[in-house]
Design a protein around this ligand. Structure first.
Ligand code: HEM
Length: 423
C-alpha cells in the first residue's frame, strides 16, 4: 500500500514538474518570443523523433519551419535556428574581445574520446590557445611544403587506376579517395603514436605538427601525450572523409557532365604540358586555375562537408540557401559572381572555422588536376589520355544526401560511385 502511494506521489510530482517546465519553456524562457512549433519549444522528444527515430530528418523539418514561421525559428527548448545567409558572418564571428563564442556542452557530448582536442573545446579562450598552437602547421605557406607528400599519394592513386585499366570489375572511387586523404593524414597519427612512446623529441629535425606543439608556448599539461594523441585523432578523422566526399562528388559530376569535363580538360591542357604524366606541377600553378577552382567549390557546396554547426544558435546555410544556390551542379556560377564566395560555408566561419581548409583545397586541386589531365570519360576523350573513367551502375541517388548525422547520409543500399577504367 505504501509503495503504491509513493508511486502515485512520485508520478504526481513528475507530472507537476513537467507541466511547470512546459509553462516555463513556452511563456517565460528567454526564447519564448521566438516563433516555432509549440511542441518543439516544450520538449526535446520532438527533435529526437525526427533525428533518431526517423534517422537524421530534423534538418528538413527545420526547413519547413522556416517556410512557415520566417527566418528565425525555435527548434527545441534551448536552440534557435537562423536561415539568413548574410547573418552567417555575424553569428560565427572571429573571436575578437567582445565576440567570444563558447561551444555548447551538448555539442561536445558526441566528441567522447576527443574532448581535449581543439575541435571539441568548449571554452572560447582555451580553444583559442589550443588552436593557435597548431594553426601555423596549416598555413598556406606550410601546406605548400607538403606538396611532395600529397603528390606521392596522388601518384599512387593514378598508378592503381592505371593497373585496373581494362578490368571489367568496378571500383568505388570514394574508397580510393578516402585512402588518399587518409594516407596524407597518417603522418600525423604516426607522430602521435611515437609521442606516446616518448621516442619523439623537440630536437627532431623533421618539421611535424607535434614538433610545433612541443616547442610551442602551451603550458606543459597541454603537451601531455594523451592530449596530443587526441588532437592527432581529430586531425586524421576530421579531414579525411570530408575531403574524400568532395572529391567523389567532383568525380561524379564531371563524369556525368561532358561540357564541364571538356572545359576543365582544356584548362588543364593549357597549364600542364603533355610531356611526362609523372611530372608534378607546382601547387600555386594549379590553384590559380579558375575553372578547376570553380569545380572544387561546386563540389564542396554539393557535398555539404559537416552538416551541423556547433553553437546553440545554428545555421545550416549549405542546405537552406536554395534560392541562392539551386541544387543543380554548375561550376560557372563561381566565375560570374565574385560575391558568391562569401556564401560558401563548407568550412564554417569565424573562430571555429576549419583549420585544414588550405590543406583540403590543396589536396583537391592536386588530385583533380593530376587525374583529369590524364583521364577522360566515355564522352570526352583526348589524344594524350591514359584511359577513360566511366560510371558503372551509379546515378545521383548514390551521392544525394537524404539524412544527416553531423555528416550527410545517402541511401542505405548504395554501392557508392562505381567506376570502370577503359582504354
Ligand atoms: C573538404 C574538406 C573539409 C571540410 C568540408 C571541413 C569542414 C569543417 C567544418 C565545417 C569545421 C567546423 C566545425 C565546427 O563547427 O566546430 C571544421 C573544423 C575543423 N577541421 Fe575541417 N573540414 C575539411 C577538411 C579538414 C582537413 C583536411 C583537416 C586537417 C587535417 C581539418 C581539420 C579541422 C580541425 C582541426 C577543425 C577544428 C577547428 C577548430 O575548432 O578550431 N579539416 N572543418
Amino acid at each position: 500500500m505504501f509503495t503504491l502511494l509513493l508511486f502515485f506521489h512520485l508520478t504526481g510530482l513528475f507530472f507537476a514538474y513537467s507541466v511547470c517546465l512546459a509553462i516555463y519553456r513556452l511563456y517565460f524562457s528567454p526564447l519564448s518570443k521566438i516563433p516555432g512549433p509549440k511542441l518543439a519549444a516544450i520538449t526535446w522528444w520532438y527533435q529526437f523523433h525526427y533525428d533518431v527515430v526517423n534517422k537524421g530528418q530534423y534538418s528538413w523539418v527545420v526547413r519547413s519551419m522556416h517556410e512557415k514561421y520566417g527566418p528565425i525559428v525555435r527548434i527545441n527548448p534551448c536552440e534557435v535556428h537562423i536561415c539568413e545567409s548574410d547573418f552567417y558572418e555575424t553569428l560565427y564571428a572571429s573571436g575578437g574581445l567582445n565576440r567570444k563564442r563558447d561551444k555548447w556542452t551538448w555539442d561536445t557530448v558526441g566528441a567522447a574520446g576527443v574532448a581535449d582536442s581543439a575541435l571539441s573545446t568548449m571554452n572560447h579562450d582555451l580553444h583559442r590557445m589550443r588552436r593557435a598552437a597548431i594553426a601555423p602547421f596549416f598555413s598556406m605557406q606550410n601546406v605548400k611544403k607538403l606538396q611532395p607528400i600529397i603528390q606521392a599519394k596522388v601518384d599512387i592513386l593514378r598508378r592503381r587506376i592505371l593497373e585496373r585499366k581494362g578490368n571489367t570489375e568496378a571500383i568505388d572511387i570514394s574508397h580510393a579517395f578516402s585512402a588518399l586523404t587518409n594516407g596524407t593524414r597518417r603522418l600525423a597519427q604516426i607522430e602521435a603514436l611515437k609521442l606516446e612512446s616518448s621516442t619523439i623529441s623537440v630536437e627532431s629535425t623533421h618539421r611535424t605538427i607535434f614538433r610545433e606543439l612541443l616547442s610551442s608556448k602551451l603550458p606543459s599539461e597541454e603537451k601531455a601525450p594523451t592530449r596530443l594523441a587526441t588532437e592527432a585523432q581529430v586531425l586524421v578523422s576530421a579531414g579525411s572523409e570530408t575531403t574524400a566526399r568532395a572529391l567523389t562528388h567532383a568525380c561524379y559530376y564531371l563524369l556525368t557532365s561532358p561540357d564541364v569535363l571538356t572545359t576543365l580538360k582544356t584548362e588543364l591542357e593549357g597549364a600542364i604540358p603533355a610531356t611526362d604524366f609523372t611530372d608534378s606541377v607546382p601547387l600555386e600553378q594549379v590553384q590559380r586555375l579558375p575553372y578547376l577552382t570553380a569545380v572544387i567549390k561546386e563540389s564542396l557546396r554539393l557535398s555539404y562537408g559537416v552538416v551541423d554547426s556547433n553553437a546553440s544558435f545554428r545555421m545550416k546555410t549549405c542546405i537552406f540557401t536554395n534560392g541562392l544556390f539551386p541544387r543543380v551542379h554548375r561550376p560557372e556560377r563561381w566565375l560570374h559572381n565574385a560575391t558568391l564566395h562569401r556564401y560558401l560555408v563548407s568550412f564554417g566561419k569565424g573562430s571555429r572555422q576549419c583549420l585544414g581548409m588550405n590543406l583540403a583545397m590543396s589536396e583537391m586541386h592536386l588530385t583533380l588536376s593530376s587525374l583529369l589531365r590524364w583521364f577522360g570519360s566515355g564522352d570526352v576523350r583526348r589524344a594524350h589520355d591514359l584511359g577513360q573513367l566511366e560510371l558503372f551502375e551509379t546515378d545521383e541517388s548514390d551521392i544525394k544526401m537524404i539524412g544527416e548525422v553531423l555528416v550527410p547520409v545517402v541511401k542505405q543500399d548504395t554501392k557508392g560511385v562505381q567506376i570502370v577504367i577503359k582504354t
